[in-house]
Design a protein around this ligand. Structure first.
Ligand code: SF4
Ligand code: SF4
Length: 573
């Protein structure tokens, strides 16, 4: 609460790479990788909360008589590294190609302290299923380190750094190959075989938990420094067994990818790591179901799913659960598909917000392409919302904007209320701001002011909400308050052309001509030579009864638009 150190969480590094925010998460992750380069992958084993959760789940399952068995895949082990590259490298590569003139890494700014600690965390309603999926389910289906092995993107980088580190679990000649170490290792490392072959554990999945060291009856294992594993020639002597055949590996990889795309960000709820966890579970269940119908004998833990070609009770129960899970995943994919297309249509809309908000019905500003995108986007978002199981708080404001652009301002206001009820922070503030702006255009100034006040309570630095609030107050006859709000907005951002015009108009109306001229000059300095912008300013000033100034902008718009594309209204045409 209040002012505190920003989250010590590796994912915060994304904000450093994308926005230049130097935060505690970035410093932690950098130091952790540097330490891994020396001591090996020990942060996972000793410092990760998800690993602690998996250990706890594994311990609980063992208490219930269920010993998590490792699931061994050749292809899915690459998921963590791909995830890490996607999170930490892809945004920079994307910027390199999409904005070649911008600096690759933005200018660094200090974000070590925050007043909004919880901003990047999911809500409790998401955190509980997150812990269940990434803890219990991955452990139960994929083994005690299931999430680390097949999902965790941080592990992808730690695993790479581990290959370069001199710090390793090493062996003395006292080893008699009893295999206790391998049986104890929950990271699926073939400890006895690796130490025999290489004199150390080379598997980058080793998290230096020291369990093997502690159980070795001959005290043959120790943590020590020496050659890194990358310098040791690879041997084929160690034969690994895998849970899947090659065709199953390929089907599994495709299922994983599809499932990940289906659940990631669905309903604007499922975060990246949870989507990876869900996808691993879906992949396991799909492949197990595939086997259930293809093989004659199949068991899972102590449950006999199928024997002598007959599916047993446990098999049907497993199939029912798997079908429900896979069905839910497919349904999420359907909703996500419509959400994605709706959002894409939203991004393609060209009409600028300030122009659309100049008056209640912006239909005249829509190009045929805009209109097509709005209709298609609205349909997709409505389908997602009708068929979805949860409200998508990010889709609602987009739907509201589609409604507004189509001339349904009342409907738009209602959808924005629903959106704001499901949002928090900046998103909520923006929904309330747009609601206030649209209510102003509808002439419902009391309600507009209340909405804008709520927006400012959520996000005090939303300057445009101050501009609109000033308009509500002016229309309500509370002119001194309006001037004070506009003055505050202009002080926070002196480049706001409309606010300075509004202040000029307000000062003119109270006979303070010198001050009015000052604001007008300031406004002119930052008004683009764009006929539409001048028309928009004229229109807003005209609504406020500042006709003289409005006329000036309409005339300027007419001069800049000799072709006569501007609406006749206000231009005297
Ligand atoms: S437990 Fe010790 S003696 Fe047994 S195989 Fe492992 S390192 Fe060798
Ligand atoms: S038991 Fe040994 S090999 Fe396995 S993760 Fe722990 S330290 Fe590494």
């Amino acid at each position: 609460m209040g002012k505190t150190v920003s989250p010590i969480e590796p994912s915060e590094t994304m904000h450093t790479l994308q926005k230049g925010f130097v935060n505690a998460g970035f410093i932690f992750f950098s130091l952790a990788i540097l330490a891994t380069l020396i001591f090996g992958r020990y942060v996972c084993g000793w410092g990760c909360h998800i690993l602690a959760l998996q250990d706890f789940c594994g311990w609980l399952l063992k208490k219930m008589g269920l010993h998590p068995k490792p699931f061994r895949s050749r292809l899915l082990v690459y998921v963590p590294l791909i995830g890490a590259l996607y999170m930490f490298v892809w945004p920079t590569v994307y910027r390199l190609f999409s904005a070649p003139h911008e600096p690759l890494i933005p200018k660094f700014t200090n974000h070590l302290v925050t007043t909004n600690f919880w901003q990047t965390f999911p809500s409790v309603a998401v955190a509980i299923p997150f812990l269940f999926v990434c803890g219990f389910m991955t452990v139960y289906f994929l083994g005690q380190k299931g999430f680390c092995t097949y999902a965790c993107p941080y592990g992808g980088f730690f695993g790479l750094a581990d290959k370069l580190s001199p710090g390793k679990i090493r062996v003395t000649p006292a080893c008699n190959q009893c295999g206790h170490c391998t049986a104890t290792c929950t990271s699926n490392v073939l400890v006895h075989a690796e130490v025999k072959q290489y004199g150390m554990v080379v598997d980058p999945g080793c998290m230096k938990c020291m369990d093997c060291v502690s159980v070795c009856p001959n005290d043959a294992l120790y943590f020590g420094f020496g050659k890194p594993s990358i310098l040791v020639p690879k041997s084929d002597a160690i034969k690994r067994t895998y849970s899947l055949t090659w065709p199953e590996e390929i089907v599994g990889a495709l299922v994983f990818f599809g499932s990940f795309l289906a659940v990631r960000s669905v309903y604007a709820l499922v975060p990246f790591l949870m989507a990876l966890g869900c996808a691993t579970v879906t992949t396991f269940l799909t492949l197990k179901m595939w086997r259930l119908f293809r093989v004659k004998e199949l068991s899972f833990y102590r449950f006999n799913l199928k024997s002598a070609g007959k599916i047993r009770k446990a098999g049907w129960a497993f199939a029912a659960f798997a079908c429900a899970w896979i069905g839910l995943n497919a349904h999420s994919g359907w909703v996500r598909y419509h959400e994605f297309l709706g959002s894409r249509a939203f991004q393609k809309i060209q009409v600028p917000d300030e122009l659309a908000l100049a008056q209640a019905n912006p239909a005249r500003w829509l190009s045929p392409a805009d209109r097509q995108n709005i209709l298609a986007g609205k349909e997709h978002l409505q389908t997602a919302s009708k068929t979805g199981l949860f409200v998508n708080s990010e889709a609602l404001p987009k739907l509201a904007w589609f409604e507004y652009l189509l001339g349904n301002a009342e409907q738009s206001v209602q959808v924005l209320v629903q959106g704001a009820a499901h949002q928090k922070g900046e998103g909520k503030a923006l929904s309330l701001y747009y609601r206030g702006a649209i209510l102003n255009r509808l002439g419902r100034y009391d309600e507009a002011q209340a909405s804008l006040d709520e927006a400012l309570a959520e996000s005090d630095d939303l300057i445009l909400a101050r501009q609109e609030k000033g308009e509500s107050l002016w229309q309500l006859g509370r002119r001194d308050e309006a001037i004070s709000v506009w003055t505050d907005a202009a002080r926070r951002n002196p480049r706001l052309a409309l606010v300075n015009n509004e202040l000029a108009g307000a000062k003119q109306s109270s006979g303070k001509l010198e001050e009015a001229n000052g604001h007008e000059r300031q406004a002119d300095q930052f008004t683009p030579n764009d006929p539409l912008f001048h028309w928009m300013i004229g229109r807003r000033l005209q609504d406020l009864g500042m006709t003289e100034l409005a006329e000036k902008h309409f005339q300027r718009a007419a001069q800049l638009d000799p072709g006569g594309e501007m609406p006749a209204e206000g231009l005297g045409r």
